[in-house]
Design a protein around this ligand. Structure first.
Ligand SMILES: Cc1cc2nc3c(=O)[nH]c(=O)nc-3n(C[C@H](O)[C@H](O)[C@H](O)COP(=O)(O)OP(=O)(O)OC[C@H]3O[C@@H](n4cnc5c(N)ncnc54)[C@H](O)[C@@H]3O)c2cc1C
Length: 351
């Protein structure tokens, strides 16, 4: 990170929320924002990973569309061939009842491509990946965001889009110093469900028909999808298996080997007449913050930092799915709302 960088807006987290904000701000204050993520590339929980010859969606699997704003994005994504309608409902654990008539969409080639498409025109130098922001400090004229190596960026407005406990870790000191104990208390009350995602290739002849993915309302599994049949991977049998929140909680800190044993046992229990024979190694992705248990009833949280007398204090914004709604669409809507709010300051920023 440049030691002396100063921008108007720093966005922490390049998931769909952060990328939505950055794309909007580039229209209003070009060159005056930076988007930073600890991961290797943009995407966040819209995550796709290659293992050997196969490709797996291991975070979010699909999205639904309800709002007119997200419908607008959907149209653009469909016409650019970035997403497709995947199915209209899921099979339940007994492999029955596949359709409820409501479309579910998925990105062609992997969910990560959706966010990559949205970020395609962002200036490269303003999207900094592989940097973890560790803390914020109020330096009077701005907020200073330090990364893991002690580098920093100064910004008048800082938007935190990571899962709330991670955002709070970054902002706690600056909030407490600014006597925002109520904000800390409110953010501390947001807890998340974990999810263990087990990825592996299985012999196809013994598998259930996963043409339509399976979503389980109860039991040890939450979701099973075949990335080959979804069109993400080159051949069938490349399964993403999301364990239920309960089982994920139980096994979160256990070894990979224990997670695999529990997963194979759960598959046998849920699909007793089929056989799950892995070809090669399994892999596990641990999502500590998969889904928030509660969400705020506002699209973002705005916290002025600094003296009340200042006409233009620095501002912290907390955004993402815990505000807009616990899904991809909610994260996008939260991003739009923050973008609009900061755009209101656009002219002032240019002064
Ligand atoms: C296993 C799983 C399955 C899901 N299934 C679905 C589904 O099928 N449909 C659906 O609609 N939703 C689903 N979701 C939820 C959906 O993925 C999220 O609601 C959405 O992606 C959240 O987007 P976001 O931008 O708010 O946050 P994120 O995508 O989490 O982005 C936040 C970013 O912040 C970065 N970050 C965190 N800490 C720091 C730091 N200190 N410094 C710098 N960067 C940092 C992270 O690397 C991340 O990229 C699922 C989630 C999981 C985990």
């Amino acid at each position: 990170m440049s030691e002396s960088m100063t921008v108007d807006v720093l966005i922490i987290g390049a998931g769909i929320c952060g990328v939505t904000i950055a794309s909007g701000l580039e229209q209003v204050i070009p060159g005056q924002w930076v988007l930073m993520d600890k991961g290797r590339s943009v995407g966040g929980r819209l995550a796709t990973r290659r293992i050997g010859m196969q490709t797996f969606d291991h975070g979010a699997q699909f999205f639904t569309v309800r709002s007119h704003q997200f419908t607008g994005l959907l149209r653009e994504l469909l016409s650019a061939n970035v997403v497709k309608e995947w199915c209209r409902g899921f099979q339940s654990a007994d492999l029955s009842g596949p359709s409820d008539g409501y479309p579910r969409y998925a990105a062609i080639g992997g969910m990560n491509k959706l966010v990559k498409f949205m970020a395609r025109d962002l200036p490269e130098q303003q999207v900094i990946c592989g940097r973890r922001v560790v803390r914020l400090e109020d330096i009077g004229s701005a907020l200073r965001a330090f990364d893991q190596d002690g580098g920093f960026i100064d910004a008048r407005y800082v938007v935190l889009t990571a899962p709330v406990p991670q955002s709070l870790d970054i902002a706690r000191d600056v909030l407490l110093t600014a006597s925002c104990d109520d904000v800390v208390a409110s953010l501390s009350s947001v807890h998340y469900e974990p999810c263990l995602a087990v990825l592996g290739t299985f012999e196809t002849e013994y598998l259930p028909n996963f043409n339509t993915p399976v979503q389980c309302a109860s039991g040890p599994l939450a979701f099973v999808s075949d990335n080959g049949l979804k069109g993400v991977s080159s051949s069938a049998g490349a399964l993403t298996i999301h364990l239920s929140h309960d089982l994920s909680r139980t096994y979160f800190g256990q070894s990979d080997a224990d997670v695999f044993t529990a997963t194979l046992k759960a598959l046998d229990e849920v699909f007793p007449v089929y056989k799950f024979r892995p070809v090669g190694d399994l892999a596990v992705q641990r999502w500590r913050y998969a889904t928030p248990k509660t969400v705020f009833n506002s699209a973002f949280l705005e916290v002025p930092i600094g003296k009340k007398s200042e006409s233009r204090p620095s501002r912290l914004f907390f955004a993402g799915e815990a505000f807009g709604g616990p899904k991809i669409e909610g994260a996008f809507l939260s991003g739009l709302a923050v973008r609009d709010r900061i755009s209101e300051f656009g002219l002032a920023l240019e002064e």
